[in-house]
Design a protein around this ligand. Structure first.
Ligand SMILES: [Fe+2]
Ligand SMILES: [Fe+2]
Length: 292
């Protein structure tokens, strides 16, 4: 079986469509608000979302993408469909990334067997998550393929170095999942929708374990090798910046409940993040110019 697969080689059936990974945007040190809006619409939107934004935005644009939608608002059904579909695709890519991690490094004599076991455990979890989110898509009346998929999670997460791989996939990708899930749990609770918030809460418990794998293995594999650790940290910064989605993310502080996709501080701490780690993720975004 092939090792080190590229993102474009991931198999999908004909229900799925793809948008191109916005590499330049995700790697930029400086972006404009317009670029962020445009990219987010490509990543998250479909025709329905675009139409809704045009109708509501007066001058068009995508300001509503960057605020949290409450269940009683007119946008809520579209918002939760977008969110659920994005998570469903994220789970598929997490499954594929963990599968690659279990298989890609089997020739590496330096890697303890426990590494493969942990990655296999993650595959088992992610498979279950794909099933759960598939059921939740039915629950919010969204069909698979209603939104296009973007492979940026797999693309950025999957380095060929195992220490970087667990940082990209487990620390950064799964960390982002914790933030999105926290947001979805809050939405489900506000909507009084038990199926949503209890299911997502259940999945989050697994994701905490996956993020922890990233924290533990990235340290273990670079122990006593400051050069390699430096390289891994620099990779981590690059992926954290890409996953900041243009840097328009805040952190929960109680007062900041309207911010777009805030960091799930409590979940991240359960997964082994220190205050310093959290501050680093929060500050990882590019410089954003042209803020209104
Ligand atoms: Fe998952
Ligand atoms: Fe996961």
């Amino acid at each position: 079986m092939k090792k080190f697969m590229k993102s474009e080689e991931l198999a999908r059936d004909d229900r799925f469509t793809r948008t191109a990974v916005p590499l330049d945007f995700l790697m930029a040190e400086e972006v404009t608000v317009e670029q962020v809006e445009e990219t987010m619409m490509t990543l998250l939107g479909n025709e329905d979302v675009r139409k809704m934004m045009e109708e509501q935005g007066g001058g068009g644009g995508a300001p509503n993408v960057f605020r949290r939608v409450r269940p009683e608002e007119d946008d809520a059904p579209v918002f939760i469909k977008t969110q659920m579909h994005g998570i469903f695709m994220g789970e598929m890519q997490a499954l594929e990334a963990a599968g690659r991690s279990a298989w890609d490094f089997t020739d590496d004599d330096q890697l303890p067997w426990q590494f493969q076991l942990d990655m296999a455990r993650q595959c088992w979890d992610e498979t279950r998550h794909v099933e759960i989110y598939s059921a939740l898509l039915d629950h919010v009346d969204c069909r698979i393929g209603e939104f296009a998929e973007n492979l940026f999670l797999f693309e950025f997460g999957c380095s060929d170095d195992p220490a970087e791989r667990v940082v990209g996939v487990n620390r950064c990708l799964e960390g982002l999942a914790l933030d999105v899930f926290n947001d979805t749990i809050r939405f489900g609770q506000a909507a009084d929708d038990d199926a949503i918030w209890r299911s997502v809460d259940y999945v989050s418990a697994d994701e905490v374990t996956h993020v922890r794998f990233g924290q533990v293995w990235s340290k273990a594999l670079t122990e006593g090798d400051p050069e390699r650790r430096k390289k891994v940290v620099s990779f981590q910064r690059k992926v954290d910046r890409a996953f900041s989605l243009g840097g328009l993310r805040g952190s929960y502080d109680g007062a900041n409940t309207a911010a777009f996709l805030p960091l799930a501080v409590e979940f991240r701490k359960l997964a082994g993040f220190s205050d310093e780690d959290i501050a680093e993720v929060a500050g990882a975004g590019p410089k954003v110019t042209g803020r209104k």
